[in-house]
Ligand binder design. Sequence first.
Ligand SMILES: Nc1ncnc2c1ncn2[C@@H]1O[C@H](COP(=O)(O)OP(=O)(O)OP(=O)(O)O)[C@@H](O)[C@H]1O
Ligand SMILES: [Mg+2]
Length: 388
Amino acid sequence: MDPVRNPYAPGAGRRPSALVGRDDVIDDWNISLQRAERGKTDQPMILYGLRGVGKTVLLSRLRRDAEDRDWLTVQVEAGSGRGLRDMVGEGLYGPLTDLARPSAGARLLRALKTALSFKASYDTSGTWNFGIDLSEASGGAADSGVLLTDLGKVVRDVSLAAGDDGVGLALLIDEAQDLTAEEITTLAAIMQSAATDDLPVLFALAGLPSLPQTLAEAKSYSERFRYSVIEKLDESAAHRAIEEPAGDEGVEWEAEALEHVIAASGRYPYFIQQFGQETWNAADGTSIELRDARVGVASGQGQLDNGFFRARWDRTTTAEKQYLRAMCPEGDGGVGSGEVANRLQRAIGSLGPARANLIHKGLIYAPDHGIVAFTVPGMAGFIARQLD
Ligand SMILES: Nc1ncnc2c1ncn2[C@@H]1O[C@H](COP(=O)(O)OP(=O)(O)OP(=O)(O)O)[C@@H](O)[C@H]1O
Ligand SMILES: [Mg+2]
């Protein structure tokens, strides 16, 4: 098929042509948006799951839904080397600039002044200019250096200003397991007081399967959050993920071709997109046939090995590679860290650093005390194919 019209989108955070199987989360979020517009705040949404299941694209979808309702939105990604303070600060600048106007009411002026002081709290060299005289406005003082005070103030003032316009502030944080302990604790406290005070602000956090545990350890209140595990697609959603994008281009999949790709993908969205893309490119008839799917899956597997998997494998040291290899017999299931030590004929304590580094790099997580598992579906199979 014409590669120019290829509708599949493998790649981290790439928006799929058909975002399927996530209606529950999307519906919940849209209800929360409408409730917040009526002065009723809901608890934060926590989305967690393995690599490549679609957390980022779902989070982006939630952001767009909020934007479509004219909400102020800030979407950031933790773990990129920047702190929560400046990520949120910088994320606020664009939306606030859009909002700033000479006719601004007292609450908006206050929010702008508070945002200016927040900016000064992490960036002493740069300043913002909203083109409005704020000397008479109340607000400011979000530069005490205490994250809880400063972030709390800016969230409060900005959301109340948005509330004046009948909307709210949506704060979305990806890779939230990479926030520091202080950031998580602070965030939990701010999210809780926002709910208590019925502020027009909604939070959504996405991260690895360890995220609920991380939140639970950081602070109480976390039991009140709304948790959704984001998993591989069910059968019907997997079918739609493949058929709908092609259908929009007037192309049909034959049943055996569809089944072949679904089986090979394990219904993981990333793999569906990759195999879908390669199969499309392999096909040259009027519809997509089994032989195209066979070629597509084989070449898609090669692409995944060279990209999705290899990018992660290449980031590990020799000692970490040994650790990962020792986890492989269980496949994608978890294994006791004691058993890993046995296999490597090492004392469990001496493997602590390798284990901690692999968790820090987001390659493995601890589904339970003393258990480790891959965060990347299919990683064990990939490792078995590697010689180094
Ligand atoms: N619901 C869905 N329907 C169809 N395709 C999807 C869906 N969700 C995600 N995808 C596709 O899966 C791939 C991975 O999505 P995404 O980057 O959002 O995953 P992730 O969970 O954030 O992964 P990571 O943990 O590595 O950040 C993308 O190519 C995306 O287009
Ligand atoms: Mg992601």
